[in-house]
Ligand binder design. Sequence first.
Ligand code: G3H
Length: 487
Amino acid sequence: DGELRIWDGPQEEVHSPLRLKTSNGLNTKLIGQFPLMSEEAALAVLQAALNAYDSGRGLWPTLSVQKRIEHVQDFAYRMKEKRSEVINLLMWEICKSYADSAKEFDRTLDYIASTIDALKDLDRRCSRFEIEEGVIGQIRRAPLGVVLCMGPSNYPLNETFTTLIPALIMGNTAILKMPRPGTLLNRPLLEAFQKAFPPGVVNSVYGAGREVTPPIMSSGEINAIAFIGSSKAADRIERLHPQPHRLRTILALEAKNPAIVLPHANLDVAVKECILGTLSYNGQRCTALKILFIHRQIADQFLEKFKAAVSELKMGMPWEEGVKLTPIAEPGKPQYLTDLVEDAKQHGAEVINEAGGTVNETFFFPAVLYPVNEKMRVYSEEQFGPVVPIIPFDDINTPIEYIVNSNYGQQVSIFGEHIDAIAQLIDPLVNQVCRVNINSQCQRGPDTFPFTGRKDSAEGTLSVSDALRSFSIRTLVATKDIEQNKT
Ligand code: G3H
């Protein structure tokens, strides 16, 4: 009940970033509203989560694992009924294509099912064992307390749930702060949360992050924060906690994943994967390929094929059949991307594809920049959009040095057909990044794989079993044989 009453407070209207052609020109559409919570309301949300946890004595943290699983399954069942509503909101609120929005929804349900399976497996491994003669041990996984889950606006459903679901299943209570844009997604799911979980287990906080996050974090009552977004924002939020040593942080942050295309690469495969890697969802994925290193011997051929492939990508509204490039939801982003392109041009790069960098309302046609060098902002800044910087190289140490010196360390893609040449790169690269992809783009999925990064790219690991570990603590029950103790 608490959740729905919140919607009666002061509201912020959300207009879709999609511009619709009408007889009066281009119009925006009002797609919903959300409450602008005050500091006081945010603290009330925190209190609800604390009450439900009750210092580990509440109903939820003391419920059996099997019962918690049943609640989560009930939630998943109710969520399934909201599929078309959620997909619709993903299209209208964050401009994701229908195909990608449906994929985001479906993989989230799969993720919930895999988390439950992984928990059963984790549970089996908590069986009893002999610590030493006469002493039996049992490892129990216990909750951390109240978890603040903050997801990103490019995957508001899926990535928020990759933290929320394991946090809940391990017995924590949660405060959910949806991203902006992406806030409205929560609305069709509110009823499912209310019906599937006891009061206070899932609590949503709405409004401007700078208003509602500081009171919650500075209370010192949050035990874990799961944040997916920029490293600067993560630092700011973490520092609000008065005792950072009491805060567990699970962070998935920025990345500047490179592709290395070797002279013996199959160029059709490399181009296909680099197109997916750089431009899926307009390049707005933390796992996107954000810089391409192409061996000079094959650079001309690669560029020709790459330009041709870009020109074939259909740009349009999210619901249009076969659409690959959609409007950019974030206000100001087209201007930011234009500035990056201008800066690269001033430092000697060219936009090599026809119409590259053209802005039309919220559409931004991909700009392929060549040759890029270290003086350009796009060399090191995470563009998070449809700008593709390409660097020719002669010496393999050029991309390796780039990776070693980068502030990020998430993934890399290598394209080539000579196994020995690729094998030589793997050892140096696994010490720099957390996933090496051979002849494929960078990506998070399947969601059961560990997902993390080094340096400014992540802290802690998401996936399925890793996430269950991230949101719990291992405790040992050691039972000494009483008879043996007497002697
Ligand atoms: O934005 C970061 C996401 O974790 C990317 O996920 O590789 O499945 O698109 P994805």
